[in-house]
Write a protein that binds this ligand. Structure first.
Ligand code: HAM
Length: 447
C-alpha cells in the first residue's frame, strides 16, 4: 500500500502553500485592478461538456469516471469550458461584457516532468461579450502586468492568430476536422506531420507551399514578419483579415506596454480547439514550457446553448510559474507568519496564558498558545525551531498583571504590563479583528 499522493500530484506544506498563495494574491490583485469577479464551479463536470472543444490531446488526458448511477463524469482539465457553461446558463441574461476570474485546480494525465503535473493550479481571466482589438489587448496587458509584478527576468510572448491557418485551409475546402488536426500538430511543432497529412488528403501543391511558408514566419520584429506574411497570404481574404487583426492588437499592445517582448509566430497554434482569433503563450528565456496561455474563443459559449458570444481570456499556470521561479532562484521567500507564542511557565499558569492569548486575539494580534504547559526551556527551544518572533511568558507576575516578552531575534526580554502587549506588537495587528463592525462593507473595501 502506498502512502504517497497519486503520481503527478503533490502535497503543499505550509511554505509551499505560502508561495502559491503569493502568486494567487498577485492574480487576485489583478482581478481587482481590472474588474474581474471571481466565480467557482465544481471540479467535476459531465464528460461531454469538458471534452467538447478541448482538442484531442487534452481529451485523451482527462480523468474520466462513472458515478454510482453510471453518469459519465470527468475532472476539469481547464477552466474556459466551465466558465462558458456558466455564461450560457446562469449568466445568460447578465449584462455584457462580463469579466470573470478564477483560481482553481485542474487535472490532466500528462507525463509528469519539470513544471508538468497531473494536478495543478491555474488562474483565469475571461472577458466575455466583446469582440474588439481592445478586449484582446486588455487580456495581453493583464498577462504582461502579472509577469512584471512577479519580476521574472527574460519574459517573452509568443503570439499568433489561428484564423490565419484555419482560413487558409477553409479556402481549400477543408472543414473543422482537418483544421483541428493541422492546428493540433502545429501546437506540437510537428510541421512534417502536417505536410504528410495534407499529402494524404491530396491537397494541391499551392496549399502545401503556402502552409510551409506561413509556419516559418516568426520573429521579434513584428513589422517585418507581418509584412512578409501579407505577401505570402495575398489573395486569401480570411487569412489576411486574421493578420490585420493581429497587427492591430500588437500595435496597441506596443503602445500601452512598450517593454513587452513579443514574438509573432504564425506557425504557432494551441491544442485547445475552441480558439478562433489571437492566441498567445508566455515564456521565460531558458525554459521551453509556457507559463501562461490564452486567446480568443468566439464560438464556445454557443456550444453550451448560449447566445453567440465573443470572448477572450488567458490562464497563468501557478505551479509552473513557481517551478520556474524556484529554478531561477527568484521564488518568493514566504516564511510562515509565526509571530507570538504565549507560554505559561508551568501548567498552573496555563489558564492565565489562555486568557492573555484570547485578549490579544480580540485586539487583532496573532497569538499562538503553547497548550502543552511544558517546561520553559523546552518551550523556548520549540519557539526557536518554529521561528516565532516573540514569546510572551506568563509566570508568577501574571497575578499582578505583568508578562515577560522575549524577543527571539535579539534574545532579550522585558517585563511589561499585559495591557501594553497589543501596542508593543501593533505592527503585527491584522486588519480583520474578531468583531468586525460592518463585515459587508469591509469585504467590499477589500480588507
Ligand atoms: P493551457 O495553455 O492549456 O490553457 O493552460 C494554461 C497554463 O496552465 C499553461 O500555460 C501552463 O502554465 C499551465 N499548465 C497546463 N498544463 C499544465 C500541467 N500539466 N502542469 C502544470 N501546469 C500546467 C488553458 O487551459 C486555457 N483554458 C487558457 C484560456 C483561458 N484560454 C482562454 N481563457
Amino acid at each position: 500500500m502506498s502512502f504517497k499522493p497519486p503520481r503527478g500530484m503533490r502535497d503543499y506544506l505550509p511554505e509551499d502553500l505560502a508561495k502559491r498563495r503569493f502568486i494567487e494574491s498577485c492574480i487576485r490583485r489583478l482581478f481587482r485592478l481590472y474588474g474581474y469577479e471571481e466565480v467557482e464551479t465544481p471540479a467535476v463536470e459531465g464528460y461531454e461538456l469538458l471534452a467538447a472543444k478541448v482538442g484531442e490531446e487534452t481529451r485523451r488526458s482527462m480523468y474520466v469516471f462513472e458515478d454510482l448511477k453510471g453518469r459519465r463524469l470527468a475532472l476539469r482539465p481547464e477552466g474556459t469550458a466551465p466558465v462558458a457553461r456558466l455564461v450560457a446558463t446562469r449568466l445568460r441574461t447578465a449584462p455584457k461584457p462580463l469579466r470573470l476570474g478564477y483560481i482553481w485546480d485542474f487535472y490532466r494525465y500528462d507525463e509528469p516532468q519539470f513544471g508538468r503535473y497531473r494536478r495543478f493550479y491555474q488562474g483565469g481571466f475571461e472577458l466575455i461579450g466583446v469582440d474588439s482589438v481592445e478586449a484582446d489587448v486588455e487580456v495581453l496587458c493583464i498577462a504582461a502586468d502579472l509577469f512584471r509584478m512577479l519580476r521574472l527576468p527574460g519574459v517573452w510572448f509568443r503570439v499568433s492568430h489561428v484564423g490565419v491557418l484555419r482560413s487558409l485551409l477553409a479556402f481549400y475546402g477543408y472543414g473543422e476536422d482537418v483544421q483541428n488536426r493541422v492546428l493540433g500538430l502545429a501546437d506540437k511543432k510537428m510541421y512534417g506531420e502536417i505536410f504528410k497529412l495534407l499529402d494524404e488528403l491530396g491537397s494541391p501543391g499551392s496549399l502545401v507551399d503556402t502552409v510551409s511558408r506561413v509556419v516559418k514566419l516568426r520573429g521579434f520584429d513584428r513589422r517585418r514578419v507581418l509584412g512578409e506574411a501579407r505577401k505570402v497570404l495575398e489573395g486569401f481574404t480570411g487569412a489576411s483579415e486574421g493578420l490585420g487583426r493581429l497587427s492591430d492588437v500588437l500595435d496597441l499592445l506596443s503602445e500601452v506596454h512598450p517593454d513587452v517582448r513579443v514574438m509573432v509566430d504564425l506557425g504557432f497554434a494551441r491544442g485547445l480547439e475552441y480558439y478562433t482569433g489571437i492566441v498567445f503563450e508566455v515564456f521565460v528565456e531558458g525554459f521551453d514550457i509556457a507559463l501562461a496561455g490564452g486567446g480568443r474563443y468566439d464560438r464556445l459559449i454557443e456550444v453550451y446553448g448560449g447566445e453567440p458570444t465573443p470572448a477572450v481570456g488567458f490562464s497563468p499556470g501557478v505551479d509552473r510559474i513557481l517551478a520556474v521561479m524556484d529554478r531561477l532562484g527568484v521564488s518568493p521567500t514566504c516564511k510562515p507568519g509565526r509571530i507570538l507564542l504565549v507560554t505559561p511557565v508551568s501548567e498552573g499558569k496555563l489558564r492565565e496564558a489562555f486568557k492573555v492569548a484570547c485578549r490579544l486575539r480580540a485586539e487583532g494580534i496573532p497569538a499562538t498558545l503553547d497548550v502543552k504547559g511544558r517546561r520553559l526551556r523546552s518551550t523556548l527551544s520549540y519557539a526557536d525551531r518554529m521561528g516565532f518572533r516573540y514569546v510572551a511568558i506568563i509566570g508568577e507576575e501574571a497575578s499582578e498583571g505583568y508578562v515577560t516578552l522575549r524577543d527571539m531575534d535579539t534574545r532579550t526580554q522585558e517585563k511589561i504590563p499585559v495591557e501594553e502587549l497589543p501596542s508593543k506588537l501593533s505592527k503585527f495587528k491584522l486588519p480583520e479583528t474578531l468583531n468586525l463592525e460592518t463585515p459587508g462593507k469591509q469585504f467590499l473595501e477589500g480588507l
